[in-house]
Design a binder for this molecule. Structure first.
Ligand code: ADP
Ligand code: 5GP
Length: 186
């Protein structure tokens, strides 16, 4: 990615289920200059998820090949699956939009921030752990072990919130969106 474009990079991160995608979708309705990278993952699609829209759903073999070919700007192994942002995605979105948003988990976000210090990083904080459990459960696609794993990861992730440029609490959706919109348009 060219240097002159890095100021237009927004990283939205936080624990799985805190509302990152919901907040991003609402932000994109408000700010027509923003587009989102589509990540690649080895996770199976949830009901309603579409290949090429929500994720590029690929096999582990394919994912590992792409790592070897240096096709990812960042990638992580999270819970039991691989997730990563393809270099080609950032270029694709930059051709279409002035601002590029990446909605990713914490380790990937902090790596991207190191590579592109001018990027604006936002940690989206759930109002409480109880609300986070409710939000994860309301997607209704996770067994108890997976939920416990994600909650443990969530606690570790929340401890890293101080490494972000901004922490935004996602309690009332409209307020969180407004806050991020204002941050981006400072
Ligand atoms: P993430 O992208 O962080 O994994 P999602 O955007 O999928 O999280 O949100 C998880 C669940 O929480 C969804 O059911 C979503 O509708 C709900 N949710 C997100 N933000 C809010 C909010 N501010 N108030 C109430 N429910 C929310
Ligand atoms: P989920 O399985 O709930 O869709 O995603 C699990 C976590 O991986 C979420 O926090 C999500 O934001 C994150 N994630 C999705 N795509 C990427 C990516 O390309 N890179 C990184 N580092 N995390 C991602």
């Amino acid at each position: 990615m060219a240097n002159e474009n890095t100021g237009r990079l927004l990283i939205i991160s936080g624990p799985s289920g805190c509302g990152k995608n919901t907040v991003y979708d609402a932000l994109a309705l408000r700010d027509k200059e923003i587009g989102q990278t589509v990540s690649a993952t080895t996770r199976k699609p949830r009901d309603g998820e579409r290949d090429g829209v929500d994720y590029y759903f690929i096999t582990e073999e394919d994912f590992l090949n792409k790592i070897n070919n240096n096709e990812f700007v960042e990638h992580v192994h999270y819970a039991t699956n691989y997730y990563g942002t393809l270099r080609s995605e950032i270029d694709r979105v930059l051709k279409l939009y002035k601002k590029v948003a990446m909605v990713i988990e914490v380790n990937g976000a902090l790596n991207i921030k190191k590579m592109y210090p001018e990027a604006v990083s936002v940690f989206l904080m759930p109002p409480s752990k109880e609300v986070l459990v409710e939000r994860i459960n309301c997607r209704g696609t996770m067994d108890a072990d997976e939920l416990a794993r994600r909650m443990k990861t969530a606690e570790e992730e929340m401890q890293k919130s101080c490494e972000y440029d901004y922490v935004v609490v996602n309690d009332v959706l409209e307020n969180a969106v407004e806050e991020i919109y204002n941050i981006l348009n400072l």
